[in-house]
Every structure is written in C-alpha cells, then in structure tokens.
Design a binder for this molecule. Structure first.
Ligand code: MRU
Length: 343
C-alpha cells in the first residue's frame, strides 16, 4: 500500500504481511479513505487466512479489523462480505478464496468509481452550461476523496478527473482539512499529479469564497450515509454544507453504494463518530528543509484538545448523492429508487 502518512514529501510503499499490519495500517491511517480501508480490511482477512483460516480465527480477525476505525461503513461492509464468502468453504480452500475475493472487491471499486465519475460528470456539465459569466467551473472539496482514498479514481474526485478528460475547464478549491490535512497533503498532491488546476485554502476560507460567488459547487466524499440520506464525512464537512446552503451553492456528495448503511436512519444519533488522538490537534507534522519529517507542537504544554474525526451533514443540506447507479436526491425515496431501478 502507498503509505499516506508521508505524502506528499515521499512516496513510500508499506508492506502489510500479517493481519496485525493491516489493522495497524488502518488505525494509524497509513491507509485511509472509506473505500480503501474496506479493501484493506478484506486483504487483512486474506492475510489471516494464510496462517489460520478456522472460523474462530477469521471471526476474531474480522472483529479486530472492524474495530480499527468505526465511522466508515465500507470497512465493516468489506470485512463482513469477505467473511460470509469464506464461511461455507472448506478450511483448505479459504486462503486462496479470500485472496481472490479481496482482489475482486478491489477491481469492483475501480469500476464503481469510474461509473460514479461519469454520472458526476453529467452533473458538472449541467452546472457549467448554467454558469454565468463563463470561466472554469469552481469546485470546492474537503478532505481527500481521490485515487489515494480508493483503489483508483476516487469518489468526489472521479467526476473531476472525468471532466478534465472531457475537456471541461474547472478549478478546485482544496480545503486543507485540519487536523490531519488530507486536503493539503493528499488532494493537492493528487490534483498536481493529474494536472488539474487547484488552489489550497485554509478550512475557514470556504464560506468567504462562497459569499463572493467564487464557488459553483461543493463536492465531497462520504464515510457513511443513512437510509434517509444523512451523510457522515470528514470533520468540517457540515460547516461547508451550511455555508453552501446560505449562499445557494449546490452541495454534492459522491457515494458508492458500499458507503450506504440502510440499517441506520438518523445520522446524528446513530452514526458512530471516531474520536482520534488529541495529539493530531495539538501537533503538526511536516517536512523540514532537509527532507526529514518533523513534528511541531502548536500549543502550550498540557492544553486540553478534542479530536472528533467526522461530522454528520443532515440530508436536508445535501443537494444530491452521486452514485455508481446515477444521481439521486438525499431522501429515503431517492435512495430507495437506486435499488428499484437496479431490480
Ligand atoms: O479519516 P479519513 O482520511 O479516512 O477520512 C476520509 C474521508 O472523510 C473521505 O472524505 C471519505 O472517506 C471519502 S473517500 C473516497
């Protein structure tokens, strides 16, 4: 896996050899992003199956993987699917089957994101056609929902990459995304690699840009969406949705169906919000002039800090959900329609 902790300063590969490596990589965010931790979870079970594929060992491994990060439902989705696939098989067949199943999930993720990207592109084309005054479409995104956060393409960034390929001029405002700075370290890196015009902004700048008419749409990924369309995503997403609503800016959420949790309804009450180490708030990690990684303390010794890693944006603030099956309203009916059309 690409070690996302050292980007953008170094591109390093972290090798996961055992279940424990996968659990740790997910928990410490060596790998991150809802779809990617799902696929990593499936490979984690495959690693476990190589040493002990008994029902008890696989169940314990699934438990450890799912506990590594609680908010993104893709992790439990992928681990549970892998486990269910292995359970009926003979012990001797499980290791190879687990490996093949994880690879299939990885391939599916790429195909899903590509389809989602094309549906999102249609939406961006409509926005561009309605845009007054010409100029590139101005899109604001939060956190990193690109190819680093998935197996390929990304979710929120997939429509942007498809738009770029289709020749639709656009520019991306990249929220830095404190405290882990996924926007600054990862999204800006990705967009630079892809040659997509972008500008990094402090998290607090988005509302100001929207007031000045400099944002045509907000486009974010998600970690869990409930049956009625409430959206959990990286902390700070809700504030962007509020500012978008106040300024008449559409707020779109890119949601592969693996991120949908139809067992939940009220996102605020029911989605578990991961609380991460306060050190991610009190300290910053970056790169020194000699290329070495350094951590600096921002606060006075002993300053108390809290670090909720996600927030919930109520469905009423979401203009539409972009999925691999099409674009729907963030409502119970809109989400239900995704399954009726498929049936
Ligand atoms: O804590 P992270 O970096 O794993 O959080 C990631 C996000 O919030 C992304 O927006 C989400 O997972 C969508 S990834 C395609």
């Amino acid at each position: 896996m690409i070690d996302q902790r050292v980007l953008p300063h170094r591109v390093e590969v972290a090798v996961l050899r055992r279940l424990h490596d996968a659990v740790r990589a997910i928990a410490d965010m060596t790998v991150r992003g809802a779809p990617l931790i799902g696929v990593t979870g499936a490979y984690g079970l495959a690693l476990q199956a190589r040493t002990d594929a008994s029902a008890a060992a696989l169940a314990a491994a699934a438990q450890a993987l799912k506990a590594a990060r609680p908010t993104a439902v893709n992790l439990a989705w992928a681990v549970d699917r892998t486990l269910a696939h292995l359970q009926p098989l003979a012990l001797a067949a499980r290791a190879a089957a687990a490996w093949a199943f994880a690879a299939q999930l990885a391939d599916d993720d790429v195909a899903v994101n590509l389809r989602l990207g094309d549906h999102g592109l249609a939406l961006l084309r409509e926005l561009a056609a309605r845009k007054h005054g010409g100029g590139p479409l101005q899109i604001l995104t939060h956190c990193n929902a690109g190819w680093l956060a998935t197996v390929d393409w990304g979710t929120a960034l997939a429509p942007i990459y498809r738009a770029q390929a289709a020749g639709l001029p656009l520019h991306v405002w990249v929220d830095e995304t404190r405290p882990r700075n996924q926007g600054a370290s990862l999204t800006a890196f990705e967009l630079r690699e892809q040659g997509v015009p972008h500008t990094l902004i402090a998290d607090n700048a988005g509302g100001h840009l929207m007031q000045r008419g400099q944002v045509d749409a907000v486009l974010v990924g998600c970690d869990r969406v409930t049956a009625r369309g409430d959206v959990a995503n990286k902390i700070g997403t809700y504030l962007k949705a509020l500012a978008a609503r106040d300024n008449g800016v559409p707020f779109y959420v890119a949601m592969p169906l693996s991120t949908l949790d139809r067992s939940l309804s009220d996102g605020l009450a029911e989605i578990p919000i991961e609380e991460r180490s306060a050190r991610e708030v009190t300290h910053l990690t970056g790169c020194a002039a000699d290329g070495s990684r350094v951590e600096v303390q921002l606060v006075a010794d002993g300053t108390p800090a809290a670090n909720p890693a996600f927030d919930v944006t109520p469905a009423r603030l979401v203009s539409a959900l972009i999925t691999e099956r099409g674009v729907v309203t963030a409502t119970r009916e809109g989400i239900q329609a995704l399954f009726e059309e498929a049936a």
